[in-house]
Write a protein that binds this ligand. Structure first.
Ligand code: FA5
Ligand code: MG
Length: 336
């Protein structure tokens, strides 16, 4: 084949290309290793110097023309494809894409609100691990070896001395050890785990731990703080009662109940027919707990509170079953 043969042929070949594959085939045929053009380039070496120059120039020119036509055909196919895609996709009569906005989970909303109230009282937010050592979850909190809370029936064990924490109280100990010197004023929000399940108990739930250790802290500081938190959360309408109770790590101890808003205290399934719903445990920090971590209980006293966040959220949003929080049903969640 001579240059003129190639010249008369290549426009025809390229103009017949309808797809990118066709075009690639044409490129290989015209410029590839087995192409007539490359053969001609190879033959240059056998020619006289003048001939070499002449043919070389001609072949390079030809190569440029082929490349130019390939390239411009490629852009033509490109823009045709784009036009086609656009004309297919844009149908202005179709409804637009609706983006669903998420919302904050009612448990988080409730917890953030409580943490905000605590923040205004000067309590600093801290965190602790959900997989906890027996020492922090039980031992350091004066919960003796044979205490029923330590039983397999109540507690999820990971290993003999490692548990899924059953309460946020271990964070009291971790925080005091880390901060070293009183006064301590901390709040901890987090998940806790117990083998517990009915309409007001879930195997995973949330607590907020509140701890204040300082000189001259008394039970009235505790009662004042609890009352203030509840009043801010529920307004003055809701009644609060402190019931004497027992926790190994507080002395004296109390549980706080709130008047049942589902039945107006006439008795229902949710309050177990009592008119009251328990929402938190609290007390003055036991001297043994302070002593064990080298804080002198003669100089310092403190109070601690453990708030059940689900219970508060159930009361605030009038939710009759705790399990609704964790079923991830958007019909439920999108109401908040
Ligand atoms: C405690 O967990 C103590 N650590 C609270 C405490 C802290 C006492 C500091 C003294 C000082 P209790 O087991 O009662 O106490 O749980 C506290 C609250 O968590 C309860 O009042 C209740 O509101 C909530 N709660 C307990 N078990 C569950 C459960 N299975 N599901 C949902 N909420 C629960
Ligand atoms: Mg209790």
């Amino acid at each position: 084949m001579q240059p003129d043969d190639i010249r008369s042929e290549f426009k025809n070949i390229i103009s017949q290309c309808k797809t990118f594959d066709d075009l690639e085939g044409a490129r290989v045929h015209l410029l590839g290793k087995k192409s007539a053009l490359l053969n001609l380039f190879r033959s240059i070496q056998w020619l006289q110097i003048d001939e070499k120059k002449k043919l070389g120039r001609e072949l390079n020119l030809l190569k440029n023309e082929i490349e130019f036509l390939l390239e411009s055909t490629r852009s033509k196919l490109d823009s045709e494809a784009r036009d086609k895609a656009l004309s297919e996709k844009i149908d202005v009569s179709l409804p637009g894409v609706k983006y669903e906005l998420g919302s904050i989970h009612p448990i988080s909303q409730t917890a953030f609100e409580i943490l905000d109230i605590l923040d205004t009282l000067g309590f600093e937010s801290v965190h602790g691990p959900e997989i906890e050592h027996d020492f922090y979850n039980f031992e350091s909190l004066n919960i003796s070896q044979n205490h029923p809370a330590r039983e397999m029936q109540d507690t999820f064990y990971i290993a003999p001395n490692i548990v899924l924490r059953t309460q946020t109280s271990p964070v009291q100990i971790r925080a005091m050890l880390a901060l070293k010197n009183p006064p301590f004023r901390i709040a901890c929000f987090g998940k806790v785990y117990r083998r517990d399940q009915d309409i007001t108990h879930s195997p995973m739930f949330h607590q907020i731990e509140v701890l204040h250790v300082n000189k001259n802290i008394s039970f009235s500081d505790l009662k004042g703080t609890v009352t203030l938190i509840m009043k801010r959360l529920f307004s003055n309408k809701v009644q609060i009662r402190l019931r004497s109770s027992f926790f190994p790590f507080t002395e004296p101890s109390a549980e706080v109940d709130i008047s049942c808003i589902f039945c107006n205290q006439s008795g229902c399934r949710l309050c177990g027919e009592t008119g009251w719903i328990e929402i938190l445990g609290c007390g003055l920090v036991h001297p043994k707990v302070l002593k064990r971590i080298n804080i002198n209980p003669e100089t310092y006293t403190g109070f601690a509170i453990g708030i059940g966040v689900e219970r508060i959220a159930m009361l605030r949003f009038q939710i009759p079953d705790i399990r609704l929080f964790f079923e991830n049903d958007l019909r439920f969640l999108s109401q908040f």
